[in-house]
Design a binder for this molecule. Structure first.
Ligand code: NCD
Length: 305
């Protein structure tokens, strides 16, 4: 029974299959003739952390494929977790109702715990600052669509890299393709965990860590901006100190390649100036749309359909 827990669980041939199926699914959505492959299935979406795109795109994906959806949002308050129920007990119950269970949770490792007792496929929709594999795959699909390739790219990540689970899911996917070089751009306080960088270096991944957004801008094919994750800070003063340090401005665009793309998992707060949105290189709304197709494919994938 396949779960989707971490981006590094996928090998290259599985990824290629997912991406090519997403293209076919996208076409079927555009043409309005989606095969109702999930008819009579029930998909549970249980979110213990806020979400707009992830939950609603999963629900849309399920509905487009003919499934029905049961859903708990704000589950920290609105589910029995509020009364102290363990994730294991909650998972057992969800598996007795639904055919697939999609979970987002603030605690790192929640999905591993849940998987120990699950009797139906689980999908990680984000666990703390750890993993967000379905976002990693939709980001990969976006790069493939926008650039026509996944290799020999210069990819810059800017902002709160310490807490970005989307980065931690996208990098392990991109590193499977040759010639990619990563630029990790952040203030020291928000730099990537040392072990994450060490692991990449040990695997021979080409990377540089930088403190200024401007320095490598002209070389980037992809600039992936991230939000400073306020909810992960224990001290609000620390958040105030770093929240405005990295802002992509309209004037920066002049220094970027004509065919570069700007990505962001969204929601964006102030890390991208509003004027950037109308530049054709701003790919983040297209990126969010791609989430629908990838999540349709992933629901099919975990059910072996
Ligand atoms: C991201 C997340 O939840 O990790 N959002 C998303 O799923 N598109 C990024 C974020 O919240 O900043």
């Amino acid at each position: 029974m396949p779960n989707i827990i971490s981006a590094s669980q996928f090998n290259k041939s599985e990824i290629e299959k997912i991406l090519s199926r997403a293209k076919a699914v996208e076409e079927s959505v555009q043409n309005g003739n989606v095969n109702q492959l999930l008819k009579n299935k029930i998909i549970a979406c249980v979110f213990f952390e806020p979400s707009t795109r992830t939950r609603l795109s999963f629900e849309t994906a399920a509905l487009k494929l003919g499934a029905q959806v049961i859903s708990a949002e704000n589950a920290m308050e609105n589910s029995s977790a509020h009364k102290g129920e363990t994730i294991e007990d909650t998972t057992k119950i969800l598996c007795s109702y639904a055919d697939v269970v999609v979970i987002r949770h603030p605690a790192v490792g929640t999905l591993e715990k849940a998987a120990k007792v699950a009797t139906k496929p689980l999908i990680n929709a984000g666990d703390g600052n750890n993993q967000h594999p379905t976002q990693g795959l939709l980001d990969l699909y976006t790069i493939k669509k926008e650039h026509g390739r996944l290799d020999n790219l210069n990819i810059g990540f800017g902002g709160d890299l310490l807490n970005s689970r989307t980065l931690k899911s996208l990098v392990p996917l991109l590193r499977l393709y040759e010639g990619n070089k990563f630029y990790f751009i952040s203030p020291k306080e928000l730099q990537l965990p040392r072990e994450f960088v060490k692991d990449l270096k040990d695997q021979g991944v080409l990377l540089e860590e930088l403190r200024s957004l401007e320095e490598k801008l002209p070389e980037l094919d992809v600039l992936y901006m991230t939000r400073v994750q306020k909810e992960r800070f224990t001290n609000p003063i620390d958040y105030e100190k770093v929240k405005d340090l990295f802002v992509l401005k309209k004037e920066h665009l002049r220094n970027m390649k004509k065919n570069a793309i700007i990505m962001h998992p969204l929601p964006k707060i102030n890390e991208i100036e509003l004027e950037v949105d109308s530049d054709p290189r701003a790919a983040y709304f297209r990126q969010a749309q791609n989430g629908l197709y990838i999540r349709m494919v992933l629901l099919l994938y975990v059910l072996g359909l």
